[in-house]
Design a protein around this ligand. Structure first.
Ligand code: GLN
Length: 452
């Protein structure tokens, strides 16, 4: 439990050095099997010692004092290999700290290492990394989910306290669900992306994963806020999330949707979600309401043209001239598919055909969610429409993309969404997705806490 551990570290009952060294030993012993870490920080113990000295000298330290934080390989950390799990950037070392990393360091968090992922965040299974798939510590043999596969697996395997992932269409929530951990995608504009190697600029957010709600809330408290380096961040005050999570909630208006039910391929998953909704309603003396969401089956068809187009544009800098290799000559199949697809639909002759139409559909989905949140406070849904497949199993592209049907909706509409374990079906962990209006993360946390 993060809260208790922090109290121990701040009192000197557990040193930061001990905390980090416990994790380092565990990583050393077990990471070969899990493949969650691509790199371990050789200076982690030294940095922990500085935090211990600070506590001894001043009797206090930052909000993340001595906690082990691991980072997805697409977020810049100075002097660490930020490969995006690709051969293209295999030898690229971060030349600066992303804004989120700066904030973590300011609060005395220790960056313990860099995590595996789907190559350039393109994927939903954790299998497209150029450095081998990540294994699922909570369900051996099954995919851990992606693209933040290492971020979820490292938490599930107890390799660190909190991780950072990125979520463009579900990449934090999908692996959180498959690995039975907690994760959130903050609202669009809540967290600075300065230093994130983008997949699709108009959808990306950085967010935390942890074993408990407190840890996720704490990390968001540290990394959220207006940035001078990311123009889409909003100048809204950052609530004291960790304080607010324990406030009781009553009389919620909980939303479910028949349209979610239709979209869910595995009926057992939906039954579990309904059960969780009833549990929440009972605990909080709330009512469940059925909401019509007529456009949500457009999610995938809207999301992918946007991602293809923006990814194509974003990858033009990887031309192999100043650093790294030329991306088309060094990347894997899925990344190449998106570059070639994005190049095609960006052509002048298709002006207004794909990207523009997708943006219009995005607006429709956004409006639909805005309307829904006039009728309910939160919406509950599955995270993925089916259970995770076995690692290595051949899956066609459409089926792989279909994993994202429930998660892309939050990115397309800019709202926040979190995932908390809901139970198991056929031994596979299944998460519950909670969606809340933009900038209502504190409500997400309270609901998650209630179900924790
Ligand atoms: N699975 C989705 C994709 O492949 C989501 C990726 C993400 O959120 N980074 O694009």
């Amino acid at each position: 439990m993060i809260k208790e551990k922090l109290a121990q570290i701040k009192k000197g009952k557990l040193t930061a050095v001990q905390n980090i060294s416990n994790f380092l030993q565990k990583i050393k012993k077990e990471n070969k099997k899990i493949n969650a870490f691509l790199y371990v920080n050789p200076n982690a113990l030294k940095e922990a010692k500085i935090v211990d000295e600070k506590i001894k000298k001043h009797g206090k330290a930052g909000k993340l004092a001595g906690l082990a934080i691991a980072v997805k390989a697409n977020i810049n950390v100075k002097d660490m290999p930020i490969s995006c799990a690709s051969k293209t950037l295999e030898n690229y070392y971060g030349t600066y700290d992303a804004e989120v990393i700066k904030k973590i360091k300011q609060q005395d968090g220790i960056i313990i290492g860099i995590l595996n992922m789907d190559e350039f965040a393109c994927g939903a299974s954790g299998e497209t990394s150029a450095f081998g798939p990540t294994q699922n510590p909570s369900a051996p043999g099954l995919i851990p989910g992606g693209s933040s596969s290492g971020s979820a697996a490292a938490i599930a395997a107890d390799f660190c306290d909190i991780t950072l992932g990125s979520d463009t269409g579900g990449s934090i929530r999908n692996p959180a669900s498959h690995c039975a951990v907690i994760g959130i995608k903050p609202s669009y504009g809540r967290v600075s992306r300065y230093g994130l190697i983008d997949l699709a600029m108009s959808l990306d957010q950085i967010g935390p994963l942890c074993k408990d709600v407190y840890g996720v809330a704490l990390m968001l408290e540290v990394i959220a806020g207006k940035s001078n380096y990311d123009a889409i961040t909003y100048d809204k005050p950052v609530p004291n999330y960790t304080k607010e999570i324990d406030e009781p909630i009553k009389n919620l208006r909980i939303g479910l949707s028949e349209n979610f039910k239709k979209l869910c391929k595995d009926k057992k998953i939906y039954e579990l979600i309904e059960k969780k909704a009833e549990e929440l309603a009972k605990k909080t003396n709330s009512k469940i309401k059925n909401i019509k969401l007529n456009y949500i089956d457009l999610g995938i068809a809207t999301y992918y043209p946007i991602v293809y187009t923006e990814f194509f544009s974003g990858t033009r800098k990887f031309d192999g001239r100043r650093y790294g290799k030329k991306i088309e000559e060094s990347c894997g199949e899925e990344v190449l598919r998106r570059i070639l697809g994005g190049k095609e639909i960006s052509k002048a002759e298709y002006h207004g055909t794909y990207y523009r139409k997708a943006l219009a559909a995005k607006e429709l989905i956004k409006e639909e969610f805005e309307n829904a949140f006039k009728q309910v406070d939160i919406l509950l849904s599955p995270v993925t429409p089916k259970l995770p497949h076995k690692i290595g199993e051949k899956i066609n592209v459409e089926d792989m993309y279909a994993y994202d049907a429930f998660t892309v909706l939050a990115n397309l509409s800019g709202i926040c969404a979190g995932v908390i374990p809901a139970g198991k079906i056929n031994n596979a962990p299944v998460g519950l997705q909670i969606m809340a209006p933009a900038f209502k993360e504190e409500l997400l946390f309270k609901v998650m806490r209630c179900l924790e």
